[in-house]
Design a protein around this ligand. Structure first.
Ligand code: 5GP
Length: 184
C-alpha cells in the first residue's frame, strides 16, 4: 500500500487557516486532521480530543522530552504540538494527514518529516490581515500590534515553504489548494 501524504498548512495568525481547513475537510473527507496538544485552556465550545488534547505544562514537557511530538512551538504564551504516533500510524495506513499549525512549528517539519508538503497561506495585504485580526475581537490592541509585527517577519520568510497561496477569495483559494494537494 502507498503511504499517505503529510500536508502542512501554515501562515500568520488571522490569515484564515482555520476556515480553509474546515472547508477542505468537508470537501475532501479522505483527509484526516491531526489533533494537537496544547497547554492553553479550552475556549467555549471546544471539546477534548476533538479541538485539542488539553494538557498541563508538565505533561507537555514530558512529551517533548520523550520525542513524542513531530513539532512544537510556543505561541502567545502557550505551547502547541503535533503528537507523532497518530500521524505516523495514519500515513503508514495510506491516509493523508493535514496539520494546521503556526510558522515556527511548520519550519521544524522540514527536518522531522522531509517529505511533507508545506503550504504557506498569505493574506492579500497586511492591511487586510489587520482588519481580520480586529474583526475577530479576540485580542487587545497591543496583542494585535505584536501579531502584525510577527506576521510581517513570517511573510518575508514565506519563500522557504514549498508553496505559497494568497487567501483572497475563499472559493478560489480552496480550488487553488485542492489542485495543489490532489493534482500535484
Ligand atoms: P489557537 O489558540 O487560536 O487555537 O491557535 C493558535 C495558533 O496555534 C494557530 O496559529 C494554530 O495554527 C497554531 N497551532 C495549533 N496547533 C498547533 C500545533 O500542534 N503546533 C503548532 N506549531 N502550532 C499549532
Amino acid at each position: 500500500m502507498q503511504n499517505g501524504k503529510l500536508i502542512v498548512l501554515t501562515g500568520p495568525s488571522g490569515v484564515g487557516k482555520g476556515t480553509l481547513v474546515r472547508s477542505l475537510l468537508q470537501r475532501h473527507p479522505e483527509l484526516v486532521l491531526s489533533i494537537s496538544v496544547t497547554t492553553r485552556s479550552p475556549r467555549k465550545g471546544e471539546v477534548e480530543a476533538k479541538s485539542y488534547y488539553f494538557v498541563d505544562r508538565e505533561k507537555f514537557q514530558q512529551m517533548v522530552k520523550a520525542g513524542e511530538l513531530l513539532e512544537w512551538a510556543e505561541f502567545a504564551g502557550n505551547f502547541y504540538g503535533t503528537p507523532r504516533p497518530p500521524v505516523m500510524e495514519k500515513i503508514n495506513m495510506g491516509e493523508s494527514v493535514l496539520l494546521e499549525i503556526e510558522v515556527q512549528g511548520a519550519r521544524q517539519i522540514k527536518q522531522t518529516f522531509p517529505d511533507a508538503l508545506r503550504v504557506f497561506i498569505l493574506p492579500p495585504s497586511i492591511a487586510e490581515l489587520e482588519k481580520r485580526l480586529r474583526g475577530r475581537e479576540q485580542d487587545s490592541d497591543e496583542a494585535i500590534a505584536k501579531r502584525l509585527q510577527l506576521a510581517n517577519k513570517e511573510i518575508e520568510e514565506a519563500g522557504e515553504f514549498d508553496v505559497q497561496v494568497v487567501n483572497d477569495d475563499l472559493e478560489s483559494t480552496l480550488q487553488n489548494l485542492a489542485s495543489i494537494l490532489f493534482d500535484g
